[in-house]
Design a protein around this ligand. Structure first.
Ligand code: SAH
Length: 401
């Protein structure tokens, strides 16, 4: 096996089990490792610290797979990590997450499950995977085999992600069936009383935002009797949770027409399932513009949800992103009736929870509103954060009153 040697003192982070080794930490490479292959990671003095995947084109040059000279990671090792991740998601009565009818669940959450760059979601037993790094791509067949052995109905690839470019990986053949049967056009998953249709071929990410599952339930609990504005609604998400929670009315706002069409079908499923019908609007528009339009029209709401896409991909984009967050939060606060609730989120990993608080504080200041934090939300528990990998905690939310 090829070896890489770290600069003096740079073994600290590996010893602390942080999974990323940046290019600047690498002193020299012994051999000519191919893209994605496994290398032994050595301290300056030569001692093997563990093993990781080689990404010669990425700033993150090595992603760690194991932290002991004895744990040489091969195909079986990777398969055992996938199985362990799936077992951790079993329900308390031991039912496999792949066997639970209509369950939508993240089975493998990258670095935090010990599998850098690998994402696997299951929708009613249909797995959808993303291989975002060279090492992840290298072990693709093992990951797929482990999912099939765990009972997946099929494995569908949605590795059409931007990060592959930074890894020097091609985007050919990144979408399609990898094993088992073709998934249906729409897969139905349930979250409490809510039924969602998931389009794994054309939807965002693997088809759905599983990471907001628990936040949707938290916010829905505040919705009774309120006029709700659900910004960045995607396929209904928070709007459905609010309608299920007894909202007076719901406006869903999103740029994507296809997402809103699916949202409409999801609302029909909700009301068809016995939840009392309330007036629902679907508005295809840019949130930045539409909030200004509502302001000019004097339209007001009792509960506003802001769940925007990632505004900052990197730390360098943080200041610009902060302006975007402040802008929409300020506008939303102005549209809130007295006593209204704002549920606001940031999924930019580069933005810390503290900084997000600050941005919202500034927005409230400019809106001349006193607001309290009455609740905080976090990414769903099937999107865990390894304690050694704080970067894994990307999604945060505030419920303000
Ligand atoms: N809250 C949703 C997930 C939101 S994802 C849920 O719980 O499922 C972010 C959404 O924002 C996407 O659907 C995307 O189409 C939409 N979007 C991105 N930029 C937008 C903009 N400027 N105006 C309106 N919608 C936008």
């Amino acid at each position: 096996m090829d070896k890489i040697f770290l600069r003096k003192g740079r073994e600290r982070s590996v010893e602390r089990r942080h999974p990323w080794i940046f290019s600047g930490a690498v002193e020299r490479v012994d051999g000519a490792p191919s893209v994605g292959s496994t290398v032994a990671v050595c301290a300056y003095g030569g001692a093997i610290l563990g093993y990781g995947s080689w990404s010669p084109q990425s700033q993150i040059r090595v992603r760690m797979l194991s932290y002991s000279p004895d744990a040489v990671p091969g195909g079986e090792y990777v398969k055992s990590l996938v199985s362990a991740a799936i077992e951790r998601r079993a329900s308390s009565d031991g039912v496999s997450p792949l066997a639970a009818a209509n369950r939508g669940v993240r089975l493998v959450h990258g670095e935090s499950d010990g599998l850098p760059g690998v994402v696997a979601d299951s929708y009613d037993g249909w797995c959808v995977v993303q291989f975002a790094s060279a090492g992840a791509e290298h072990f693709r067949n093992e990951v797929v085999a482990a999912l099939m052995e765990a009972g997946a109905k099929g494995v569908f690839n949605r590795s059409d992600v931007d990060s592959r470019k930074r890894e020097g990986l091609s985007d050919e053949g990144t979408v399609g069936v990898l094993a088992g049967a073709e998934p249906p056009e729409f897969i139905e998953i349930h979250e409490g009383a809510i039924r969602y249709l998931v389009d794994v071929r054309n939807g965002h990410k693997t088809g759905f935002y599983l990471d907001q599952r628990e936040a949707r339930a938290q916010v829905g609990a505040y919705a009774a009797g309120r006029e709700v504005l659900n910004c960045f609604s995607y396929t209904g998400g928070f709007g459905l949770a609010c309608a299920a929670g007894g909202a007076k009315s719901v406006v869903n706002l999103d740029l994507s027409k296809t997402a809103l069409q699916l949202a409409e079908r999801n609302f029909e499923l909700l009301f068809g399932g016995g939840v009392p019908r309330c007036p629902v609007e679907f508005c295809c528009a840019d949130v930045f513009k539409q909030l200004r339009l509502y302001r000019d029209q004097g339209r007001q709401f009792d509960l506003i949800v802001l769940d925007p896409p990632k505004f900052a991909e990197t730390k360098a984009q943080l200041i610009r992103a902060a302006r975007g967050y402040k802008d929409i939060n300020l506008l939303a606060m102005k549209l809130l009736r007295p006593g209204g609730i704002l549920a606001t989120f940031s999924c930019s990993g580069a933005m810390t929870a503290e900084f997000f608080d600050t941005v919202c504080r500034e927005a409230a200041c400019d809106a001349k509103r006193d607001m309290q934090i009455i609740d905080r939300t976090h990414q769903a528990s099937d999107h865990p954060t390894a304690l050694s990998f704080p970067e894994g905690e990307y999604l945060k939310g505030l419920v303000l009153n």
